[in-house]
Design a protein around this ligand. Structure first.
Ligand code: C5P
Length: 225
C-alpha cells in the first residue's frame, strides 16, 4: 500500500503540451504525452492529497479518478488556470510542456494557401508560468519544476539543470534526460531530482508512475526537512 503522506495537502499538477493557434485549425505544439503529469496526479490522489490536474493537450489517457480536472489549451489558458488553482494550494508541480512562443497573430479564418506566398510565422514570447508562480508564491508553498535536457553526457545535463534550478527559484527540479526511450512519447522516464537545499538523486529508468512516486518522496522529504 502507498503511504498516505500527502493527506490534507492541496496539490496542483499541470500536464501535457500547450497548443498555440495560428488559425482555427492549426497550431504550434509539442510532443508531450501528458503521461508523467497524469501519473503524478494519480499517485498524489492515492497518497491522500486533494488534487487539481490542469491538463493541456495529451495523448488519450484515462481520467484521474478523484482529481479535479481543469482543461487548458494555450499557454495563456494554462497560466490563468494555474494562478487560480495555486490559491490555497500547498504544492504546485509544473509538469506541462509550455510553448515558449506563440504565433503573434491568430487568424480568425483558416489561412488559405492562395492568401499569400510562403512567409515566416511571427512569434511572441509566452510568459514563464513557473517563474510567475515562484514570484507569487505563498509562504510555505512548495513548487516543483521540470527540465527536459538533451546533452551528450550527464555532467553537461546536470550543470544546465543546477543553473536552471537557481534561475527558476523553485524548490525541486525534475530533470529528464530526453532521448531514446526516455521522456517524450514513451512509457518510461529517467533523470535526476535536484533540490534547492542542494540534495541530488538519480532516478533510474522506470515507468512514469515509478518516477511519480520518487518525485512525491522527494517533495515529502523537502517539506519535512
Ligand atoms: O526553461 P524551461 O522551459 O526548460 O523550463 C521548464 C519548466 O518551466 C517546466 O516546469 C515548465 O512547465 C515551465 N515553463 C513554464 N512556462 C513557460 C515555459 C516553461 O512554466 N513558458
Amino acid at each position: 500500500a502507498l503511504p498516505r503522506d500527502l493527506e490534507g495537502r492541496r496539490v496542483v499538477v499541470s500536464a501535457g503540451g500547450t497548443r498555440e493557434p495560428l488559425d482555427p485549425v492549426r497550431y504550434l505544439g509539442n510532443r508531450s504525452s501528458g503521461k508523467q503529469g497524469y501519473a503524478l496526479a494519480r499517485t498524489a490522489v492515492q497518497r491522500g492529497a486533494t488534487v487539481t490536474l490542469v491538463s493541456a493537450a495529451t495523448v488519450a489517457l484515462p481520467e484521474v479518478a478523484g482529481a479535479e480536472l481543469v482543461r487548458a489549451g494555450t499557454a495563456e489558458e494554462l497560466r490563468s488556470a494555474m494562478h487560480e488553482a495555486a490559491k490555497g494550494a500547498d504544492i504546485l508541480v509544473m509538469a506541462a510542456a509550455v510553448a515558449d512562443f506563440r504565433p503573434t497573430e491568430r487568424a480568425e479564418y483558416k489561412i488559405k494557401k492562395t492568401d499569400h506566398d510562403p512567409r515566416p510565422i511571427a512569434l511572441t514570447r509566452n510568459p514563464d508560468i513557473l517563474a510567475e508562480l515562484v514570484e507569487a508564491r505563498a509562504e510555505g508553498q512548495v513548487i516543483v519544476g521540470f527540465a527536459a535536457e538533451t546533452g551528450d553526457d550527464s555532467g553537461d545535463v546536470l550543470e544546465h539543470a543546477r543553473a536552471k534550478l537557481k534561475r527558476k527559484g523553485c524548490d525541486l527540479l525534475v530533470v529528464n534526460a530526453v532521448g531514446e526511450g526516455k521522456a517524450f512519447e514513451t512509457e518510461d522516464n529517467a533523470g535526476w531530482l535536484l533540490s534547492a537545499d542542494g540534495s541530488e538523486r538519480a532516478v533510474e529508468l522506470g515507468s512514469k508512475s515509478y518516477m511519480a512516486s520518487d518525485i512525491w518522496d522527494a517533495v515529502v522529504a523537502f517539506i519535512e526537512a
